[in-house]
Design a protein around this ligand. Structure first.
Ligand code: DHB
Ligand code: FE
Length: 285
């Protein structure tokens, strides 16, 4: 059976792609951010996940504001990247695993998630940057991309995204192939790119979110979407992707690593690494 071995939450700021292309990882501006990935690299080298389920938001590459699915799941064997601006080079395509995608789609629909299924899907910086951060030499595992609308209101609630992740986690656990699965939530943490509050960052709220996410994600569902916009910024709502990632960790979760650095571009850049161990069932005496 497949099992979810862990989760990573990471920012996906496009400027990171440009810094990678220009080899700036050790520059004073970038070092505190990139050095936060050392622990992730060591863990990945040890655990060797076979496949990655990526929860992220589409920024206009597949869907635009006129048609925007709340939840969309890729069901392809390859996902191409196209030029989306930002000055980042077009990246390699990511491999997919259509069989696992369809298994997850079936599980989600059985759990009453009316998702959009995409037999063709492009990947934007929200997927390519985290993959390149985690596997800098380019040997990305195959992916299943899950796109959550964090762009066009009304957005799904924190509770709904947590439940979406739980449904994905349950589906993975019943996939009849021995696969080690990593789940990733991308975006955030606090940031706002436009309007009067452009540049807004809220370290206290980001810290609270990271403090609660591993042990008590349910407590974060008390924040409504308007409250989340207020506290995290208009684009800080990308934290919804992290909620889904956490939901997919259905075992015993421990935080192995955390890095937080402000700012990268306009964003509070955060990286977390969670381990997910199977729950030990105690026999009744
Ligand atoms: C930035 C952050 C994002 O999440 C994004 O999608 C684009 C840009 C930024 O801080 O520049
Ligand atoms: Fe973004």
């Amino acid at each position: 059976m497949a099992r979810v071995i862990g989760g990573v939450g990471t920012t996906h700021v496009p400027a990171i792609g440009k810094a990678i292309a220009e080899g700036k990882q050790k520059d004073p501006y970038w070092k505190p951010f990139f050095s936060g990935f050392g622990a992730v690299h060591r863990w990945l080298a040890r655990e060797q996940p076979d496949i990655v389920v990526v929860f992220s938001n589409d920024h206009g590459l597949n869907f635009f504001l006129d048609k925007l699915p709340t939840f969309a799941v890729g069901a392809a064997n390859e996902y191409r990247n196209e030029d989306e601006g930002w000055g980042i080079p077009v990246s390699r395509a990511a491999k997919g695993d259509a069989a696992l995608s369809w298994h997850i789609i079936n599980g989600l629909v059985a759990d009453s998630f009316d998702i959009t299924m995409c037999q063709e899907m492009l990947i934007d910086h929200a997927v390519t940057i985290p993959l390149q951060l985690m596997w800098p030499n380019g040997d990305w595992p195959a992916i299943v991309p899950v796109a959550i609308n964090t762009v066009q209101h009304p957005l799904p609630s924190m509770a709904r995204c947590l439940e979406l992740g739980r449904s994905v986690g349950r589906a993975i656990a019943t996939f009849p192939q021995d696969l080690k699965v990593l789940v990733v939530g991308t975006g955030g943490l606090s940031h706002q790119l436009d309007g009067k509050r452009a540049g807004f960052i809220n370290k206290d709220f980001d810290t609270l979110c990271m403090d609660q996410l591993s042990g008590d994600p349910e407590s974060l569902t008390r924040y409504s979407i308007p409250q989340l916009v207020e506290l995290a910024g208009a684009q800080g709502v990308e934290f919804l992707n992290w909620m889904a990632m956490r939901g997919a960790l259905t075992g015993t979760v421990s935080e192995l690593h955390r890095n937080y650095h402000v700012p990268i571009s306009n964003t509070a850049a955060a990286t977390v690494l969670y381990e997910n161990r199977p729950r030990v069932l105690r026999r009744a005496a």
